[in-house]
Design a protein around this ligand. Sequence first.
Ligand SMILES: [Zn+2]
Ligand SMILES: [Zn+2]
Length: 368
Amino acid sequence: MTGSMPKASREAFMAAWRGEAKDPEVRALRAAMEDHPEFFPLWDALDQLGDQEIEVSGVNPLLHVTFHAIVRQQEGREDIPEVSRLLQIAQHRGYSRHHAEHLAALALSHGVWELLYQYEGEEVTRYRQRLRLLGLVVEDPELPQRLLRGALRNQPCPCGSGKKLKRCCLSFVESVAEPEVGLSPVMWLESPSPYVMPEFARMVDQSDPWLIVHNLSAVAAALEEWGATAAALQAHRQMREILQSQEPDRPEDLDFASMVEEDVITLALNHPELAGAGLAALDWLAAHGFEGDSAVRVSHQLDRAEFLTYLGREAEAQALYDQLLEKIRQGAFDRELRELIFDRYEDWQHHILPQRGIAAPAGSAASP
Ligand SMILES: [Zn+2]
Ligand SMILES: [Zn+2]
């Protein structure tokens, strides 16, 4: 085999993450897991997820780190010199080491099943050709587009196979030439192969805190969906820690942070045990001027009342509702907002308070 494959069972990942296994393959796996802080809450929760199919925004994190581990093990092997060469070329061209590995992983992933099960001459040769081709693309990002323009399809493939492009790497070139529309950090997780897009790879720094926060948000949503609420909370705490350590000044960074805080609020509304975090998110949004129009301000106040209640501060929640109801009496808010307030107040009185073993305050029922 070309680079021995770490035992990719769920148990192997858990053992690797616990730092138990000592053999080099599993240690390589652990190192790759450590290089992806956006997945830490997921690694921690692996033992709770049972047979749950693990996929976050189109990416299988287990497979992702396995590819890193394989590429690292292949580096320096004399029978596939193209791996080290591609890593060098890419870093020379401004890719981070991490992204350079993604590039090699892309070449690997295209033939992974053949490589796993046949691992003989032909597929290893194809792998080496893809690695060489990627090296050329990194040197010359326009190459895929030029190759696909037609006339070159009948020319020898640049991978060096001696075959015509159309009989060789054409489909691989097509996958590499995906249009770069809508590139955003979230594509890091969403697209199966964003790694090869040179502009993307140079733009995105794996250690960029905003990128990690953004990806953590996808991980948190997945964990919540899988019922691993404690792990979702951990993801969200990790996000907040990163956010608190930043001093956002660029407007886009601030917007980014505000989206994360909105996610935190949604998460906390679904899981009352996170009410403290929800409250902190509301405070952050208020402090950073994200309560512009009255609709947003009102909905945040309603959320605040709910969080306060979950934290045992019902009197403060009641005071918030009293303020809102008083404003309605003075003629504030449009019809939609008035109905929203009445609905949430009713829900608060008849569901949220009783759930906490508190009777609704007498005589305070509001009616439209
Ligand atoms: Zn990675
Ligand atoms: Zn080729």
